[in-house]
Structures are given as structure tokens and as C-alpha cells.
Ligand binder design. Structure first.
Ligand code: DX5
Ligand code: ZN
Length: 220
């Protein structure tokens, strides 16, 4: 089965963003996962639209942008201008989620909603038709290289039910602790987009590792 593989720039070499982008362009990766952290919503800070724009300059694949920021509605147009293709906001961070998702689409991007590990899937039941993507966090957001939280499978099952009922085109993406071992199980359970940071960038041969992860999908 086909799925989108989205390597996370969080684990890339920030001193060589152009080379890392070009390496991913030439790889079997489908998207570039860009983690934006504000030091409030999560206890870590990464970078903002100007750095993302620099990545966009060389990127030949869609930017899958994950906003881990409070009140994301204040920055939607900045990320549209910086070149986001998919823009995902945390349900926990946006008071008027319906409005935020509509605005993302109005700005010409695909709209995504993200849930922290503790947030029930039913929280997004009433906005699921207005999303292109549902991202389930399988670690507590903020850092790369953490351990996958097993109850993600239970949430994935619930997400698949919502998808079948309300939005058959919905992309279900998993982020955090994804590796070669859990990839087949996640795909079988209905995920069709996977983010991977440490599992990809810690490998001695990154393009080869990306190819190995993609190949797991072909066997399902
Ligand atoms: C965590 C980020 C993830 C992170 C995943 O807050 O949202 O995208 O980069 O990294 P790994 O795959 O190393 O868990
Ligand atoms: Zn992420």
C-alpha cells in the first residue's frame, strides 16, 4: 500500500539545511515535515517562517508543516507565504478550530489538525469534514527521538472510524517514535502518512533508510 513518508527536519543538520533539503529531494521521501515550536505550547523552540522559506527555496516536495504554537491562527498567512503546503494546528491550541481550518484552506493550503497523546479522537469529530489531514501524536510533542506511545493504536482505530464515516479522503498521519519496526503495524492499522525523524537521520545512510521504510509499504 502506498503512504506518504515525511522525514522530520528536527533531526536534520541545521547547519546544512540546503544540503539536507537536496538530499531529501533526491530520496524516496514524499514530504518534508517541518516542526515549528514556540517554547510555550511545547517546551522547546525551533524556527519560524524565514527559515522555513529558506528550505522552501530548494524543496521539490510538499512541506508538511506541524505548528506546535499557541494561537496558531495569528500566523496562518505567514506560513502560507513561507510556502506551507499542508498546515497542521493542534486542536488543544486553537479555541476556534473550525474557523482556523477554514482559514487555512482559504489561504490555499491543505488543512491539518493535530492531537496530543492524551487528547481523545472524538474532540475533532465535528471538524473532520473540514480537514485534509489528521495527525496523531505518538509522543508528547517537543523533542525528537522519543519512545512511541502504544495507545496510539487505539486512537488510530477510532480515527479510521471517523474517516470512514465522515471523510473518506482524510489522510491519517502518525508523528513520534516511528521506526522500521512499527511502520508495518501502523500502515495495517490505517495510517497513510508517517513522520520519522531519529529513525531516518540517525541511520548511516539516510536515503537508503528512507527507501527501506517506503519498501515496507509495498509489502502490505
Ligand atoms: C515532535 C515532533 C516530531 C519529531 C519526531 O514534537 O513533532 O515531528 O521530529 O521525531 P522522531 O521521529 O525522532 O520521534
Ligand atoms: Zn512533528
Amino acid at each position: 500500500m502506498s503512504f506518504y513518508l515525511s522525514p522530520s527536519f528536527l533531526s536534520a543538520d541545521f547547519s546544512a539545511l540546503r544540503q539536507e533539503t537536496e538530499m531529501l529531494n533526491a530520496s524516496a521521501a514524499d514530504w518534508f515535515h517541518i516542526d515549528i515550536m514556540d517554547g510555550h505550547f511545547v517546551p522547546n523552540i525551533t524556527f519560524g517562517p524565514p527559515v522555513m522559506k529558506a528550505i522552501k527555496k530548494y524543496a521539490k516536495k510538499p512541506l508538511d508543516v506541524h505548528l506546535m504554537i499557541e494561537q496558531p491562527e495569528r500566523y496562518l498567512s505567514a506560513f502560507a507565504e513561507a510556502g506551507a503546503d499542508y498546515l497542521s494546528v493542534h486542536a488543544e491550541a486553537s479555541t476556534h478550530l473550525n474557523r482556523t481550518l477554514a482559514e487555512i484552506r482559504r489561504l490555499g493550503m491543505k488543512a491539518g489538525v493535530v492531537l496530543n497523546p492524551h487528547t481523545p479522537v472524538c474532540m475533532v469529530e465535528n471538524v473532520i469534514e473540514y480537514c485534509d489531514l489528521l495527525l496523531l501524536m505518538s509522543v508528547n510533542p517537543g523533542f525528537g527521538g522519543q519512545k512511541f506511545i502504544e495507545n496510539t493504536y487505539r486512537k488510530l482505530e477510532q480515527a479510521v472510524q471517523l474517516k470512514q464515516r465522515y471523510n473518506p479522503d482524510l489522510i491519517i498521519e502518525i508523528d513520534g517514535g516511528v521506526n522500521l519496526d512499527n511502520t508495518p503495524k501502523l500502515l495495517k492499522a490505517g495510517a497513510n502518512a508517517l513522520v520519522a525523524g531519529a529513525a531516518i537521520f540517525a541511520a548511516p545512510d539516510v536515503p537508503k533508510q528512507i527507501e527501506a521504510m517506503k519498501a515496507l509499504g509495498e509489502r502490505i
